[in-house]
Design a protein around this ligand. Sequence first.
Ligand code: 2P0
Length: 339
Amino acid sequence: MSPSEPSLRRAAAFAPSNIALTKYWGKRDARINLPLASSISVALADLGSYTVVQPQPDLPEDVMVVDDQELDPAGMVKVRRVLDQIRELSGSSVYAGLRSVNTVPAARGLASSASAFAALAMAAAQAYGLALDGPLLSRLARSGSGSASRSVPGGFAIWHAGHRADGADSFAEQLYAPDYWPLKVLVARIGGRKKISSTEGMRLQGGGGSPYQAAWIEQCQRDVESCKEALSLKSMRRLAEVVEGNALAMHASMIANRPPLIYWQPATLAVIEAVQQLRADGCECCFTIDAGASVVVLVEPQDARIVAETLAQIEGVEEVLQTHIGPGARIVESREEDL
Ligand code: 2P0
């Protein structure tokens, strides 16, 4: 530890997972996760990651335990990318011990990396004595995992694609607070661990794999504007058109990739059909699907029960999680026994 080391302390943060209404699926820079298009998301109230960071002068390198398992080397590369930037900003050379607990089912089409890296950026900044603003925290989280940028502000958030090569203008900010439109969020959990990670899927597709890649990115740019409009009107009919259309366009471009990226299970299609039927019957709801088989449904509170009950009866749906839209990453009490 150098004599000019900043004050170091143990710090903990909770960050929510988030669900994209218009998706991030394509990078202009894979090294620091710069997207080809902007995206819009909602944060989930109680599904996320709790992360503790303890800088320790005697550690020879950073170590991280996630859900009681030491993080693999590929994961540590991303963690170090975030921590190295924080150490540079704080002028510290001290490594840290980290522990993270997820309340999100990993690799089932719900992004646990989004909440994990948002919590990591916020806790580490505090641990290394930095007071960073929202955009900078969002950029730091983004460099670990792109979608993590949107978990920092929470609520209804937009991640600006930006144009700069250094990513200074590629961060997320809140469009609306969580209670602006108090929709319920249902997650119909389907299938086991996904076979191809998002990072790898985007790499395959970005390398000229999908004949629809350019059209997909152009569609995202239009959809971000339509989504902003649907949110400003709180119109479920308009939201359903853009959110479902955007998710289906992403999966169309994935399926057309060579090699194909097929994340769906038969139950995925059954849930899509059920949601469309429920809407035709008057329920205010719409679906979206990430890089996995699970389906997420946004629904007006008065219709949440009937939608949840209907989805739970579909063969192949393992569980229907119920939550609502919540705030972004925040510092929480750290407990000594956590590390
Ligand atoms: C999204 N996904 O916008 C989209 C929809 C998956 C499908 O953001 O490589 O885990 O770490 O930047 O953030 C998943 O991508 O990928 C994702 P990396 P990330 O939510």
